[in-house]
Design a protein around this ligand. Structure first.
Ligand SMILES: Cc1cc2nc3c(=O)[nH]c(=O)nc-3n(C[C@H](O)[C@H](O)[C@H](O)COP(=O)(O)O)c2cc1C
Ligand code: SF4
Length: 418
C-alpha cells in the first residue's frame, strides 16, 4: 500500500528530508508551467483536508492569474475541531512537507508570501516549523530565486489566540489582519477578496502536505490510491474508547470498521461498541451498526454524516449520551463568535438544556425543544459553525432519544444504573 504522508515521519531535519527525496516535488513543479501544476493537482482528485472536502485544484483555479494585487497563501494549522490531532502530528514529524507543499501551491497560483496560521497553544509545533523554515531558507528552498528561477517565496508563522472559529477561513483572515476573528459574509470568497482584500488561497496543513507526493509521483498516481473523486490517502485521528488511539494513514475509501478494528485495535476492554463520531465533533454520530461505511467525502454524506477532519471518536457501551451532548453543546456555546442571533442564542440554549438533562434536571419535552432549536440554527448563519453546532445535536437526539428520555424521566443516567 502506497502512503503519502507518514513515510516522511521522522525526517524532521532538512538533511534527512532531502535524503528521502524531499523537495523533488517542488523542483518538478518549478520546472513546469504554473497552469500545468494546477492541472496535475486537478487530476489527483485531491480534496481539502480541512473538513469541507473542496477540490484543491479547482479552488486554486478561482484565483485570478493576472492581477495588480499581491496574492497570499494561508496554511490553516488552527486545528481546533474536538478530536482532531493530525495536523500538528504532521508538523511535528515532517515539517518540511508543509514548506515544500507551500512552495508548490505558491508557484501554481503566483504567490510570493505565505502565512502558516497556527493555534496559539501549539507553541511546540510552531517552534519546530520555525526551525524548519530557517533550514529551508539556508538551503535556498525559500527566499529569492528558488531552484534558480525568477520566483521568490517568504513564509511567516502567525500564532492565533486559540479560538475554534479562527479555523474558519474568513475568521482566520480577519485574525491575520490583526482584528477579532469574526467570520465574513461570503461571497466574496477569499479566492478573489481574502487577506487585505487580495486574492488568497486558504488550505489545510494536510492538503498542503499531499502536494510533494502529487508532483513527484503524478496526479494520476495519487488519484489511483483512493476512490472516485476522492484521491489519495487520508490521516485519521482516532481517539476515545479504543485500544490503540493515534493517527493512522489509510487510502480514501477504506472502511470505518476496518480503521477501528484493524488499526486502532478495536474497542477497549473488548466492550460493546455504542457509537462513533466519525469526522470531528461537528459530524453526525453513527450507531454501532452504521460503521460499514466507506471513508470518503461522498459516501459519508450519503450515510448522513461527514468525513470532516477525519477525527474519529469511538464510544463504547459505557458512554452516557447525555454527557456527550452536554460536552459538545457547551463547546459550541463557548466558541460561537456571537455575530448571528440563531448561533449566539441557539448554542447557549442548547448547552443549558443539555446541561440540565445531564445533571438529572431535564424536563419533559426537552428533546423536542433541543431539536427545534437545532433546526432553527441550520442554514441561517454567516459561517458553518452554526450548522456544526446543530448537526451533532440533531443526530444524537434522533438516534438516542429513548436513552435521553429515560434519563429525563429517571433523573439519572441509565448507563450508570446498569
Ligand atoms: C468553525 C470552523 C472551524 C474550522 N477549523 C478549521 C481548522 O482548524 N483547520 C482547517 O484546515 N480548516 C478549518 N475549517 C475549514 C476552513 O474554513 C477551510 O475550509 C479550510 O481551511 C480550507 O482548506 P482545505 O480546502 O485545504 O480543506 C473550519 C471551518 C469552520 C466553519
Ligand atoms: S455562525 Fe456562529 S460563529 Fe459563525 S459567524 Fe455566526 S455567530 Fe459567529
Amino acid at each position: 500500500m502506497s502512503l503519502v504522508i507518514t513515510p516522511w515521519f521522522g525526517a524532521v531535519k532538512i538533511g534527512d528530508y532531502i535524503k528521502r527525496r524531499g523537495y523533488e516535488g517542488a523542483k518538478k513543479a518549478l520546472s513546469i508551467k504554473p497552469e500545468d501544476v494546477i492541472e496535475e493537482v486537478k487530476k489527483s482528485n485531491l480534496r481539502g483536508r480541512g473538513g469541507a472536502g473542496f477540490p484543491t485544484g479547482l479552488k486554486w483555479s478561482f484565483v485570478p492569474r493576472e492581477t495588480d494585487k499581491p496574492k497570499y497563501l494561508c496554511v490553516n494549522a488552527d486545528e481546533g475541531e474536538p478530536g482532531t490531532f493530525k495536523d500538528r502530528y504532521i508538523i511535528e514529524n515532517a515539517p518540511h512537507l508543509i514548506i515544500e507543499g507551500a512552495v508548490i501551491a505558491s508557484w501554481a497560483v503566483g504567490i510570493h508570501r505565505a502565512y502558516v496560521y497556527i493555534r496559539g497553544e501549539y507553541l511546540k509545533f510552531a517552534l519546530i516549523l520555525e526551525k524548519a523554515i530557517e533550514e529551508a531558507y539556508q538551503r535556498g528552498f525559500l527566499g529569492k530565486n528558488i531552484f534558480g528561477k525568477d520566483f521568490s517565496l517568504d513564509i511567516y508563522i502567525h500564532r492565533g489566540a486559540g479560538a475554534y472559529v479562527c479555523g474558519e477561513e474568513t475568521a482566520l483572515i480577519e485574525s491575520l489582519e490583526g482584528k477579532r476573528g469574526n467570520p465574513r459574509v461570503r461571497p466574496p470568497f477569499p479566492a478573489t477578496n481574502g487577506l487585505y482584500d487580495c486574492p488568497t488561497v486558504v488550505n489545510n496543513v494536510e492538503t498542503i502536505a499531499c502536494l510533494p507526493y502529487i508532483l513527484r509521483e503524478g496526479g494520476e498516481n495519487f488519484a489511483s490510491l483512493g476512490v472516485e473523486k476522492n484521491g489519495g490517502t487520508k490521516l485519521f485521528a482516532v481517539s476515545g474508547h479504543v485500544k490503540d488511539p493515534g493517527v493512522y494513514e489509510l487510502p480514501m475509501g477504506s472502511s470505518l470498521r476496518e480503521l477501528i478494528y484493524n488499526y486502532a485495535g478495536g474497542v477497549r476492554g473488548n466492550r460493546r461498541l455504542k457509537a462513533v463520531i466519525p469526522g470531528g465533533s461537528s459530524s453526525s454520530i453513527l450507531m454501532a451498526d452504521e460503521i460499514d461505511v466507506s471513508l470518503d467525502y461522498d459516501s459519508m454524506i450519503k450515510a448522513g454524516t461527514m468525513l470532516g477532519s477525519g477525527a474519529v471518536i469511538v464510544l463504547d457501551e459505557t458512554a452516557c449520551m447525555a454527557e456527550v451532548l452536554r460536552v459538545i453543546t457547551r463547546f459550541y456555546a463557548h466558541e460561537s463568535c456571537g455575530q448571528c442571533t440563531p448561533c449566539r442564542q441557539g448554542t447557549s440554549w442548547m448547552a443549558k438544556i443539555a446541561e440540565r438533562i445531564a445533571i438529572g434536571k431535564g424536563k419533559k419535552g426537552d428533546i423536542d425543544l433541543l431539536l427545534d432549536i437545532a433546526h432553527s440554527i441550520m442554514g441561517k448563519t454567516i459561517c458553518p459553525l452554526g450548522d456544526a453546532a446543530a448537526m451533532p445535536v440533531i443526530a444524537i437526539c434522533d438516534k438516542f432519544r429513548s436513552e435521553l428520555e429515560e434519563q429525563i424521566r429517571e433523573r439519572r443516567c441509565p448507563i450508570e444504573r446498569e
